[in-house]
Structures are given as structure tokens and as C-alpha cells.
Design a protein around this ligand. Structure first.
Ligand code: HEM
Length: 305
């Protein structure tokens, strides 16, 4: 008893390819949800069935409340044979369990070395600073605002720097790097709300739908660090901040990535003023979107402080 979540009628072989914009799947997901199917729907990418979870409530319900059932790593249908820009194949044969073990061991070894992770990242940040200082050339990156820093950054500073912390969070929210999440799959036939999702079905937990929820983040399309600040200017946590996903298969590199983002940003801004070449409002910040939101290249003026 029970049935699959609803979805648009699919054709043999091509599935829903004609109804979806394959160049911008996250946008298509929103249209399908809004069209009529609601927060849980089924689509076919080629002949592969995918159940899409759209919005904070269902994403949390699946990845946290029913975390065991939604804990398998899924496939990215249609895209599996595409090499990414670095020539690394995102083949479905990626052995996730081995990757997880490898990452854990590497992170542990990294942490056990003579130097702390913090020191290593700072070394990297200073190396970057040296490179920028010595280069005098315009770097192709867009940053449309300037935040000055007067003292040497370290992780302990973060709690004293709510605005910088909010900026880092807002960057991650705004760029929505993995808008569809990284595909999951269900470990067994799974009852989810009034539906049954067959074992092995690919699941897209649409992180973009959580990061861009307008009830939590007023005007989500606008870059506004105020999304993570309370009325007194203190840092405000949000359950909707899910760039690293949620639950037992969430990103293993989260604390490393967050440390890097904070230390690199503060070190660069402590040493340089960054300016765009053109009026910031004329800069097109639309990312390249296929399954991830990749920023395009920008020109930038880097002025030593
Ligand atoms: C800003 C940077 C990063 C973002 C936004 C990010 C995001 C994600 C997301 C959305 C997932 C899918 C998790 C899920 O299905 O619940 C993931 C998985 C994963 N990430 Fe990251 N990640 C980042 C950096 C890193 C770094 C630096 C590492 C390694 C040190 C890393 C290692 C992994 C691994 C191993 C998995 C697979 C976990 C599993 O399948 O059990 N990530 N990441």
C-alpha cells in the first residue's frame, strides 16, 4: 500500500527532460514545486527516478528525523559521465565509504601534526597575501564590498566579530554552492509522510530551497549579512543555514571549510582593500549553474593597505 510522491508525466528514455531546464535544475525544481506538486515530488532524469525534497520542513524531516533511511549516497543521474573542469570524473563509481574513511584519516593526521590546523591555514593565508602583495596585477575575482581589519586574525576572534561571521554565513547562504545538495538514496522501502519511496531511489534534498526560504531570510535574493544578525548586531544562528547539508551523511569537511573561509577572508581584508573595476551594480553575479552554482571570473583591484 502507499504510492510514490506525485510529479509531472515522464516519457520513456528521456524522462522529464522536456519539462525541466537541464541547464538550471535548481530553478526547474522550484517551478515544479510551485506548479502544483508541493514539497515532495518525483521526477525522472532519463530513466532514473528521483524524489525531490523541497523546503526546510521536508529536508529536515528526511535527513534528521528519518536520517537512517535517507543515509545512502545517491547518484547524479545524467551527469555522471561529465568530467568537471579539473578533469576529475564525477563518476557514480565514487566509493563513498572509502572516501569518508580517507577524509577522516586525513583530517585526523592533519590535526595531529606539529602544527595546528589553524596555523596551517594561516600559513596558507599569509602565502596568499605574499603572492598578492608581490604580484601587482589585477586578480579576476569579484568582491563588491570592502571590510577593513586592523588586528591579526585567529579563530578565537570570530566570536568577537559578529559582522564578519555574518558576512561569511551570508556568502555561503547566498552562493548556495550545492543547490540540490549531493544526491542521497534511501536504504530501504521508506514511508515518508503519506508516500512510499522504494529502496535505492535517488533523493535530492534541495538545499537551495532552505537557504532561500523567505520566511527565515527576508528578501533571500539580496545579499544581506543582516540575515545573520539580531537587532543588537549580535550574531544570530539559523537552522536554515544548511550549505553543508544535515544529518549523518552531512559534509565531513565543514569545520575545516569554515575555519578556512574565516581566516582567509580576514587575512586578505586586513592587508588589502578590494575594489571592483566597474560600478558594483553593473556586475553580473549570476553563477554558472548545472548541478552546482559555480562563480564566474571577475576583475578586481587589490590595494595594499
Ligand atoms: C565550503 C565548502 C564545502 C561545502 C559547501 C560542502 C558541502 C557538502 C555537501 C552539501 C555535502 C553532501 C552532504 C549530505 O549529503 O548530507 C558534502 C559531503 C562531503 N564533503 Fe563537503 N563541502 C565543503 C567542503 C569540504 C571539504 C573542505 C572537505 C574535506 C576536507 C569535504 C568533504 C566532504 C565529504 C567526504 C563528503 C561526503 C560525506 C559522506 O558521504 O558521508 N567537504 N559536502
Amino acid at each position: 500500500s502507499g504510492k510514490l510522491p506525485p510529479g509531472p508525466v515522464a516519457f520513456p528514455i528521456i524522462g522529464n527532460a522536456l519539462q525541466l531546464n537541464m541547464k538550471n535544475l535548481p530553478q526547474s525544481m522550484r517551478e515544479v514545486k510551485v506548479a502544483k506538486y508541493g514539497p515532495i515530488f518525483t521526477i525522472y532524469l532519463g530513466s532514473e527516478r528521483v524524489v525531490v525534497l523541497y523546503g526546510h520542513e521536508v529536508v529536515k524531516e528526511a535527513l534528521i528525523d528519518q536520517g537512517d533511511e535517507f543515509s545512502e549516497r545517491g547518484r547524479m543521474p545524467l551527469f555522471e559521465k561529465l568530467p568537471d573542469k579539473k578533469g576529475i570524473s564525477i563518476d557514480n563509481g565514487v566509493p563513498w565509504k572509502r572516501l569518508r574513511r580517507f577524509t577522516l584519516t586525513t583530517l585526523r593526521n592533519f590535526g595531529m601534526g606539529k602544527k595546528s590546523t589553524e596555523e596551517r591555514i594561516l600559513e596558507e593565508a599569509h602565502f596568499l597575501v605574499e603572492r598578492l602583495k608581490n604580484t601587482h596585477e589585477k586578480v579576476h575575482v569579484e568582491i563588491d564590498r570592502v571590510i577593513g581589519r586592523s588586528r591579526s586574525p585567529c579563530m578565537a576572534d570570530r566570536s568577537q566579530m559578529p559582522y564578519t561571521d555574518a558576512v561569511v554565513h551570508e556568502i555561503q547562504r547566498f552562493i548556495s554552492l550545492a543547490p540540490l545538495g549531493i544526491p542521497r538514496a534511501v536504504t530501504r522501502d521508506t514511508h515518508f509522510r503519506q508516500y512510499i519511496i522504494p529502496k535505492g531511489t535517488t533523493i535530492f534534498p534541495v538545499l537551495h530551497s532552505v537557504l532561500y526560504d523567505s520566511k527565515e531570510f527576508p528578501k533571500p535574493e539580496q545579499f544581506n549579512p543582516g540575515h545573520f544578525l539580531d537587532e543588537n548586531g549580535a550574531f544570530k544562528k539559523s537552522d536554515f543555514f544548511v550549505p553543508f547539508s544535515l544529518g549523518k551523511r552531512s559534509c565531513l569537511g565543514e569545520s575545516l571549510a569554515r575555519m578556512k573561509l574565516f581566516l582567509l577572508l580576514t587575512t586578505i581584508l586586513q592587508n588589502f582593500t578590494l575594489k571592483p573595476l566597474i560600478d558594483p551594480k553593473d556586475i553580473d553575479i549570476t553563477p554558472m549553474t548545472l548541478t552546482s552554482n559555480d562563480p564566474v571570473s571577475y576583475q578586481l583591484i587589490v590595494i595594499p593597505q
